[in-house]
Design a protein. Structure first.
Length: 355
């Protein structure tokens, strides 16, 4: 029988639990995150960089070869990456590392990555409300900010932001001032814009992470678009010859075998819930053991329905708790504020609960 070691974080809603960082990986390298605690017969569900910090550990187990594996939850943008890694590559974060340059850089990297997604709630978790100094404006209400962001997301549905420079301007016990340079690209079909921003941000240490209390643009640069290339004139005879070319044959599509597809079982409480790809859910936790009645009652007592999704990973069963469904993003964002205050501060909205 496998030896199970229960670490300090079993339930997600326990407050500021111990956080971990990656060790024994060369700078610039990555660590594979797997679906089961084994390097054999497992699939890589994602990768974490050698500088990743703020990792939560849900459970550790000893494999047949005697090596210990841990199920982690690593921040990624406004969401998380979950899976198994060898405990050899994990170490608890020290008090010093929680305010280190690397930890600050990871926080900002996830902050800018969250702005690439079409959900304002994934960006809200990084801010310390109210955001009076957001974008050099004062007394900006939450609704005004939301209206601006929704318009922005519709105009540029595809966005990428890359943190290329970080300078720590000032440190004290209450806040840290930093200057960043971010290269960005916005795209909508064939239309696009690209450039870079130089920003000043004030970070407030909060538990194992930070909150942004103010952000100011020092410089905003938009790169000029390249001139369109002039297409060469093709003689009419060559055009006719090009039309005579045979179309390539369709390649046979390969489908994934059912044996490799994880079995999913869903339980709905306290009423039957029909999943719909157009609905919104709030992911409030992942559990290996039976979920306590107290935790589930905290969801029901706040007036929310919930769904428990069971995913089999090897000989393990992961129980994922989703609150909802909500028919619109506005409804989900309103509920998320209550969930983070009363149930789990790390909860976030997820559209597709089967991923």
């Amino acid at each position: 029988m496998k030896k199970i070691i229960i670490l300090s974080l079993i339930l997600v809603g326990l407050g500021y639990a111990k956080k971990y960082e990656i060790v024994h990986i060369k700078r610039g390298g990555t660590l594979n995150v797997r679906d089961i605690p084994s390097t054999r017969d497992s699939e890589v569900v994602g990768k974490v960089s050698a500088s990743t910090t703020g990792i939560s550990v849900k459970e550790c187990t000893e494999a047949k070869n005697g090596k210990e594996w841990c199920y982690i939850n690593a921040p990624r943008g406004g969401s998380h990456l979950e899976g198994w890694v060898s405990s050899y590559y994990l170490a608890p974060m020290s008090k010093k590392s929680k305010t280190s340059r690397v930890h600050i850089q990871n926080f900002l990297h996830n902050f800018y990555m969250a702005d690439e997604e079409n959900f304002l709630d994934k960006l809200q978790v990084f801010y310390r409300f109210p955001m009076q100094k957001y974008l050099r404006s004062r007394n900006v209400s939450h609704m005004d900010l939301r209206a601006k962001k929704v318009h922005y997301y519709k105009k540029w549905p595809k966005r990428s932001y890359r943190l290329t420079y970080l300078k720590i301007l000032k440190r004290n016990s209450k806040y840290i001032d930093v200057q960043t340079t971010v290269r960005w690209k916005l795209k909508n079909n064939d239309d696009f814009e690209a450039g870079k921003d130089i920003q000043k941000l004030r970070l407030i240490p909060t538990g194992n992470t930070f909150k942004i209390s103010a952000m100011k643009y020092l410089k905003h640069t938009v790169y000029p678009k390249p001139k369109p290339k002039v297409k060469p004139i093709i003689e009419e005879s060559k055009k006719k010859e090009s039309h005579k070319r045979e179309e390539p044959k369709h390649k046979e599509l390969l489908t994934r075998t059912k044996e490799h597809t994880p079995k999913v079982k869903e339980e709905s409480h306290p009423r039957d819930i029909i999943t719909n790809k157009n609905n919104y859910y709030i992911k409030s936790g992942s559990f290996f053991a039976d979920i306590s009645k107290t935790y589930l009652d905290s969801i029901s007592n706040n007036g929310f329905p919930y769904l428990i999704q069971k995913i089999r990973q090897g000989d393990k069963v992961v129980r994922r708790v989703f609150i909802g469904p909500f028919l619109s993003s506005d409804e989900a964002v309103t509920a998320l504020d209550v969930v983070r205050r009363k149930i789990n501060e790390y909860a976030y909205i997820q559209r597709d609960i089967h991923r």
